[in-house]
Write a protein that binds this ligand. Structure first.
Ligand SMILES: Nc1nc(=O)c(N)c(NC[C@H](O)[C@H](O)[C@H](O)COP(=O)(O)O)[nH]1
Ligand SMILES: [Zn+2]
Length: 196
């Protein structure tokens, strides 16, 4: 019995495959949706937006594009996306990403955890929980801070196992020694039973 989150991570993976390969980042895909409380089979999910790395001009991240696409549809600047996300009693905003949202970016651009956290400002619930398929490998920033920063902001997160190799293979595609980096990244995480 596979986790009901897997189909969404597979949708994110398909998005990530559209990202132009670069040695300077990872190819990631993100989906933003609204989910009804107590709906265990997600029958009433509503997809709000999608995004993938470098979908939009410049050095853009998947989560960043996901928010930016939604903001554009609602005719607000990116930093006001929190004001146009739906606030519906009995529903929560959920984000799926193939990779843990970044807490730091070598380029110095705003990290995605900051963009996610911004949606909870102004007394709005904003993003309730983030599901991701792999933690960020150490390639660029070493020990990733994304999860810790989400927790600090009171935003729930959960790693959904099972697709690590696929996600990392897509993420690293533009890198010099992609195969070795995938193997290393797979080794980085403690292998536990349900991931084998
Ligand atoms: N979650 C996530 N989604 C993405 O779309 C993406 N590209 C990354 N990548 C994280 C990695 O840490 C940064 O790509 C490097 O730190 C380089 O930073 P820039 O991307 O140039 O700002 N992470
Ligand atoms: Zn990011």
């Amino acid at each position: 019995k596979t986790s009901p989150h897997i189909p969404y991570l597979k949708q994110c993976l398909s998005l990530a495959e559209q990202s132009p390969p670069r040695p300077t980042n990872f190819r990631v895909g993100a989906v933003l949706l609204s989910r009804k409380d107590n709906d265990p089979t997600f029958t009433d999910d509503r997809i709000l937006s999608t995004g993938y790395t470098m979908e939009l001009a410049g050095n853009t991240h998947a989560e960043q594009c996901c928010f930016s696409n939604y903001a554009a549809v609602h005719k607000v600047p990116d930093d006001q996306v929190g004001e146009v996300l739906p606030v519906e009693p009995g529903r929560k905003l959920i984000m799926y990403v193939t990779m843990e949202p970044c807490g730091k970016r070598l380029s110095g651009n705003a990290p995605c955890v900051q963009r996610i956290t911004q949606t909870t400002e102004g007394g709005r619930e904003g993003i309730h929980k983030v599901y991701f398929g792999v933690k960020e490998p150490g390639t660029f920033v070493g020990e990733s801070e994304g999860c810790r920063m989400l927790t600090e902001a009171g935003i729930e997160w959960e790693h959904v196992g099972g697709l690590e190799r696929d996600i990392l293979t897509v993420a690293f595609a533009g890198h010099e020694n992609a195969a070795e980096e995938v193997t290393t990244a797979l080794g980085e995480r403690e292998t536990n039973v349900d991931d084998i």
